[in-house]
Design a protein. Structure first.
Length: 234
């Protein structure tokens, strides 16, 4: 369910002024193509017996009410396409849970251009980075690409706003692996470095005996020793 919701789901958790204490209605929606209707019903029916099926022109939506689940989803996985994410605790779940979440994302929002390869695209950079880490934890070889989009686009005669997209590619074929695994880490070749076009002040969070961090799904190391930094620079 969580994977499906991350791939193509949303919530309506607005508050109604006419209700006591501004109670929210916590509606949860899953969406997919018509051929996936039975799959969506099977997933939602395990959570709620009271759901509604809405068949639109191009897709089917399954809707149900759960204020508790709605609040939990927003708190841990974000709200809105731009803000969806995968929290760090998901990466420490048992392997069968991680497989389920990734499978749900792939089933709802993935496509396979070649055998053994799956691509997932989102406007949320944080979500794509989370999917990459999730895939790596399950043995996939991964890569990420960024696509700069025009601010506006015309769809069926309507002008709509659009955002840049990020795509994570997952590969589960040993023959196509491009990374090297060593000491619990996976090394990939850096193919390009792009300037962010801006300068910002940064702060270092010092950790005893270690200066390593995970930034944008990459493990990085800050060396505070001048001689060490000099060697690294050289």
């Amino acid at each position: 369910f969580v994977g499906r919701w991350l791939g193509d789901g949303w919530v309506r958790d607005g508050f109604r002024k006419d209700r006591p204490n501004g109670d929210g209605h916590g509606q949860i929606i899953l969406c997919d193509s018509y051929d996936k209707e039975k799959e969506l019903v099977d997933i939602v029916s395990k959570i709620s017996e009271n759901y509604n099926i809405e068949r639109c022109r191009t897709a089917v939506k399954i809707k149900f009410i759960s204020q508790i689940l709605c609040t939990w989803l927003v708190e841990h996985f974000g709200k809105g396409a731009m803000n969806k994410t995968i929290p760090a605790w998901v990466l420490s779940l048992p392997i069968e849970y991680r497989k389920c979440i990734l499978s749900g994302i792939i089933d709802s929002d993935g496509h396979s251009p070649k055998e053994h390869i799956v691509k997932i695209t989102s406007v949320s950079k944080r979500l794509v980075l989370g999917i990459r880490l999730l895939g790596e934890s399950l043995g996939y070889t991964t890569s990420i690409s960024h696509c700069k989009r025009p601010e506006n686009h015309v769809i069926e005669g309507r002008t709509v706003n659009q955002h840049d997209t990020y795509t994570v590619t997952l590969c589960n074929s040993c023959k196509r692996r491009t990374g090297i695994e060593a000491d619990g880490h996976k090394w990939y070749k850096c193919r390009s470095v792009a300037s962010a076009g801006e300068t910002k002040r940064v702060y270092n969070f010092s950790v005893e005996e270690d200066e390593s961090y995970v930034a944008d799904s990459i493990v990085v190391h800050n060396c505070q020793d001048i001689s060490c930094a000099g060697k690294q620079a050289g």
